[in-house]
Write a protein that binds this ligand. Structure first.
Ligand SMILES: [Zn+2]
Ligand SMILES: [Zn+2]
Length: 443
C-alpha cells in the first residue's frame, strides 16, 4: 500500500471510525488488512473469518461457519469490549445494525464484505443509517492494487485513486478521539532515465488520442450528446424497457455524431446520427450474467432518426445517476493498459511508479501519457479494464472489435450504473459499424 493511503486510512482508523472494506478479491482484501496491521498493533483486536489462515499474528481470529455466525460472534466479542473488530463475511451475512452499534459505542470496526456487485445494496443500506460522525470515511473499496476509493455512508465520494488527499478532519461526537498523525507524503522518485526511455520507446507506436467529455448541467435539447437524462427515441417508440425484468431503463450514454471529434464520427454508419446506451438499474432485475454482451438488461443501438422522448419515467434501483450534457471534448493522449501493451516485469513496475507520480501531480507532461489508459468516461483511445483485458469478437464476422466509449461506474454522472465500481465499454466491429456491444467488469 502506498504511503498516502496509509496516511488517510491510518488517520481514520486511529480515531476509531468505521472502516468497511468492500472487495471482490479475497487475497487483495486480506493483504490490505495485513498492511493495516500497524494501526491494530498493541490494541485488543478480534477477527472473524471463515478462513482463519493468513491474518496478521496480532489478530485473534474466530473461525466462522457451522453454528457460529458473525452476528453471534460479534455479540460475544462486544462483551469483551475489544478496541477493534475485524470481520470478513459475505455481504448478505453482515449484521449491519450490530456493526453500526459497535461503531457508535466506540469500537473500531473493519469489515471486508465479499461480493460484487452485491455491494450495491450494501452501500444503499449504509446510506439509510444515521451516523454519529458522518464526516468520516466509511466504505473503502479495494482492488488488486490496494485502496481504489473511499466513500461516505451516503455514497458521496471521499477519495478516489488519483485524486489529491482529503484534508484530515476532527472527530466529533463519538468514539475515542486520538489526534490524527500528520499526513506526510514522500515524493515518488523519478524513473531511471534508461527505464523511462525504454518504456517510451515500447509504447510510442501505441499512443492514441482519447476524448474526455466536458460536462454541463442538462439542457432541454434531447438531441445532444449526454450522460443520462432525456434522449431521442425512434419516431413513435415508447420508452425502452429491460428485456429481462420489464422495468424502464434510464439512458446512460447518448453520442451525437455531429458533436463528436472527426476521429469518432467515422464510427457511425451512413445516415446514423446517434449512438445510445440504455441500461436496466432495477434491483428487481433477475438477468443472469448482466455484464455479458448478450445480456437483455440493456439497449445499445445506433439510431438513424429520432425525436425527443417524453419526460423520463421513474427509475428504480440504487444507481446515482446525475444526468449531464456533453458540451465539448478534451483531447488527451494515452497508451494501452499494461497487459494490452504486454510489458515486461520491470516496465510494469516502472509504470506503477509512473501512475503514482501522475496521481501525485509529480509527472512531467511527457510522462503522463505513458502511465496508461485514463479512468472515467471517455471516447476512443485505450480501454481501462477493471479486470483482465476484455476485447470482444464481432458476433457477425469474428473480428476483434474496437473500443469506442468507456463508462465509469466509480464516480460521476453514471456512478453505480451497473455496479458500485468498475468500468464498462462500448465496442464496435471495424468491418460492421452497425454491430456494437456493451460489456462491463467490476472490482
Ligand atoms: Zn432489468
Ligand atoms: Zn464484424
Amino acid at each position: 500500500m502506498s504511503d498516502p493511503i496509509e496516511g488517510v486510512l491510518g488517520a481514520a482508523l486511529s480515531r476509531g471510525c468505521f472502516g468497511l472494506l468492500v472487495a471482490g478479491d479475497d487475497g487483495a482484501a486480506r493483504a490490505l488488512v495485513r498492511d493495516l496491521a500497524g494501526a491494530l498493533e498493541g490494541a485488543h483486536a478480534l477477527g472473524f473469518s471463515r478462513d482463519p489462515d493468513g491474518w496478521p499474528a496480532s489478530l485473534r481470529v474466530v473461525a466462522l461457519g457451522g453454528e457460529v455466525t458473525l452476528a453471534q460472534g460479534l455479540r460475544a466479542a462486544l462483551r469483551q469490549d475489544p478496541d477493534w473488530l475485524v470481520a470478513e463475511a459475505p455481504t448478505a451475512d453482515l449484521p449491519l445494525d450490530l456493526l453500526v452499534t459497535a461503531t457508535q459505542t466506540g469500537h473500531g470496526v473493519l469489515v471486508r464484505a465479499a461480493g460484487c456487485p452485491d455491494e450495491r445494496p450494501l452501500v444503499e443500506a449504509l446510506g439509510e443509517v444515521e451516523w454519529a460522525a458522518s464526516a468520516f470515511p466509511r466504505v473503502v473499496v479495494a482492488d488488486a492494487r490496494g485502496v481504489a476509493r473511499i466513500v461516505a455512508a451516503d455514497g458521496a465520494p471521499v477519495w478516489t485513486r488519483g485524486a489529491p488527499l482529503p484534508a484530515p478532519e476532527r472527530a466529533t461526537g463519538h468514539g475515542r478521539f486520538v489526534p490524527p498523525p500528520p499526513l506526510v507524503r514522500e515524493p515518488t522518485p523519478p524513473l531511471d532515465p534508461d527505464v523511462l526511455e525504454r518504456l517510451r520507446a515500447r509504447l510510442a507506436p501505441h499512443v492514441r488520442p482519447t476524448f474526455v467529455p466536458v460536462l454541463a448541467p442538462p439542457s432541454d435539447d434531447a438531441a445532444r450528446s449526454r450522460l443520462g437524462g432525456r434522449p431521442l427515441l425512434a419516431p413513435g417508440e415508447v420508452w425502452p424497457r429491460c428485456g429481462d425484468c420489464g422495468a424502464p431503463m434510464p439512458l446512460a450514454v447518448q453520442l451525437a455524431r455531429a458533436e463528436l471529434p472527426a476521429e469518432a464520427a467515422i464510427a457511425f454508419p451512413p445516415g446514423a446520427e446517434h449512438l445510445q446506451l440504455f441500461y436496466c438499474t432495477s434491483d428487481a432485475c433477475g438477468v443472469t450474467d448482466p455484464a455479458s454482451p448478450g445480456a437483455r438488461n440493456r439497449l445499445l443501438r445506433i439510431l438513424d432518426r429520432g425525436e425527443p422522448a417524453p419526460a423520463p419515467p421513474g427509475f428504480s434501483g440504487v444507481t446515482r445517476l446525475a444526468p449531464q450534457d456533453v458540451v465539448g471534448w478534451e483531447r488527451r493522449l494515452e497508451t494501452p493498459g499494461t497487459e494490452d501493451a504486454d510489458l515486461p516485469d520491470d516496465l510494469r513496475e516502472a509504470r506503477w511508479r509512473l501512475a503514482d507520480r501522475v496521481a501525485n501531480g509529480e509527472a512531467t507532461p511527457e510522462e503522463v501519457p505513458l502511465a496508461g489508459p485514463l479512468a472515467g468516461q471517455k471516447l476512443l483511445g485505450w480501454p481501462m479494464w477493471t479486470q483482465a483485458p476484455g476485447w470482444e469478437a464481432c458476433p457477425r464476422c469474428g473480428e476483434r472489435m474496437t473500443f469506442v466509449f468507456q463508462v465509469d461506474a466509480n464516480q460521476g454522472p453514471l456512478e453505480m450504473l451497473f455496479a458500485a465500481d468498475g468500468t464498462g465499454h462500448v465496442s464496435q466491429c471495424p468491418a460492421h459499424p452497425d454491430v456494437v456491444v456493451f460489456t462491463w467488469a467490476c472490482g
